[in-house]
Design a protein around this ligand. Structure first.
Ligand SMILES: Nc1ncnc2c1ncn2[C@@H]1O[C@H](COP(=O)(O)OP(=O)(O)O)[C@@H](O)[C@H]1O
Ligand SMILES: [Mg+2]
Length: 243
């Protein structure tokens, strides 16, 4: 388990602004995430969810504001699994360790084995990504994110493109991983089933800001347009215009 003070945010966004050309995507966005939580950032398509993860992964830069991350290792599970098709599953997962650590071959072997066991896919180690189903590829991409023992794992739309049963299994894995390792988990999604299943806390991103925040139970019962739009599968605009 990671040894963090649960009352001290592990991630803090303070008045973060990002614009692409003339479009302001994040407008003074502020939120905190605490160690060991599974937080979902729920927002409609185009609301800036992936932008938040790219900021955390240092893939893009903000225009203004401040981001504090009290962790040294971040794992990122992408929307598309982005595995290397010419490499075995074993190699795909081992690569991050070979490139970023000085661990011995023996230690790498042990760590990769443990990590593949966590997603119940040890038997695939000599297979190639093409030989795996979409759901299995996603679980391998999670294993690849986890193999460096991250303090924070980022999931971008984990259930997209998966059959409901497979998505649900993947979500079980996400919860199990947190319970087992204490990894802080940030999940961005627009999928109401994912939100209802995995979240300790939900933040609704809309118009560049967090417009609503609550526990999973509050998300399921609150009548504000922000959670309701996901439950009723309509747009937030529709509900806002009715009030
Ligand atoms: N590199 C980029 N250049 C220009 N526009 C971008 C770029 N990345 C994202 N955008 C735009 O920013 C908005 C938010 O994108 P994104 O964070 O991917 O949304 P989400 O993940 O919530 O669907 C979208 O309108 C998208 O078209
Ligand atoms: Mg996205």
């Amino acid at each position: 388990m990671n040894n963090f003070d649960k009352n001290e945010p592990i991630v803090s966004f303070k008045n973060v602004c990002v614009a692409f050309k003339n479009t302001r995507v994040l407008k003074d966005l502020s939120f905190d995430i605490y160690p060991g939580e599974i937080v979902t950032i729920a927002g409609p398509s185009g609301s800036g969810k992936s932008t938040i993860l790219k900021l955390l992964g240092n893939i893009i830069r903000m225009d203004s504001g401040e981001i504090v991350v009290n962790a040294s290792r971040l794992g990122m599970a992408f929307q598309k699994s982005a595995l290397f098709n010419s490499m075995t599953i074993w190699k795909n997962v081992a690569l991050a360790l070979e490139e970023t650590t000085n661990l011995s071959k023996k230690k790498i072997r042990k760590k990769v084995k443990e990590t593949l066991e966590m997603v119940s896919l040890s038997y695939t180690e000599n297979m190639y990504p093409d030989e795996l189903s979409g759901g299995m590829q996603k679980r391998i991409s999670i294993a690849r994110a986890l193999v460096v023992s991250p303090e924070i794992i980022l999931y971008d739309e984990p259930s997209t493109g998966l059959d409901p049963g497979i998505a649900s299994k993947l979500e079980d894995d996400m919860i199990k991983l947190r319970d087992k390792t204490g990894v802080t988990s940030i999940v961005v999604t627009h999928d109401v089933e994912t939100i209802k299943k995995v979240s300790d806390r939900v933040l609704v991103l809309y118009d560049g800001k967090i417009k609503w925040e609550g526990t999973k139970n509050e998300f399921i019962t609150d009548n504000s347009p922000y959670p309701r739009s996901f439950r009723e599968r309509c747009t937030i605009e529709d509900l806002l215009s009715q009030t």
